[in-house]
Design a protein around this ligand. Structure first.
Ligand code: ZN
Length: 134
């Protein structure tokens, strides 16, 4: 079951530049930055109510994210839904014929489990599912 939009991720060329808009002009507050994907992606999280905006900046010109920006420019990269049971959600998607990028969940530096669904199966939107650590 989907319980909430956890975050909306925006692909940017440079987080420092993007924060001039998001922090200074729009007024959202930076909570933290981190390196993810084994150092290939810099991320910045800005809480907004029960959800967050995540800025994602490629650190490696060969990464999927770098290619995304090269091809499509900056913009919304993915939407992340919180689920109460990520295995059950992935099994259901697979059963319904959806194309999964991750058949089994990945784990980030904070121990949170997440998995991506291919945009081909989701009307052009990369979707991330995320389950809170128990
Ligand atoms: Zn994300």
């Amino acid at each position: 079951m989907l319980t909430r939009i956890d975050h909306i991720a925006i692909a940017v060329q440079n987080i420092g530049d993007a924060l001039k808009f998001f922090e200074d002009a729009l007024g959202v507050q930076l909570d933290h930055t981190a390196l993810e994907e084994g150092g290939r992606t810099q991320v910045a999280f800005m809480p907004v109510g029960q959800s967050e905006v995540e800025l994602v900046e490629p650190q490696d010109s060969e990464s999927g994210l770098a290619k995304f920006i090269a091809k499509r420019g900056e913009g919304i990269h993915h939407i992340c839904f919180e689920v109460d049971d990520i295995e059950a959600a992935l099994a259901r998607l697979k059963d319904k014929g959806a194309q999964l990028i991750d058949e089994t969940p990945r784990t980030n530096t904070k121990g949170m489990r997440y998995a991506f669904i291919h945009p081909k199966s989701a009307h052009g939107v990369l979707i991330e599912l995320y389950q809170k650590p128990k």
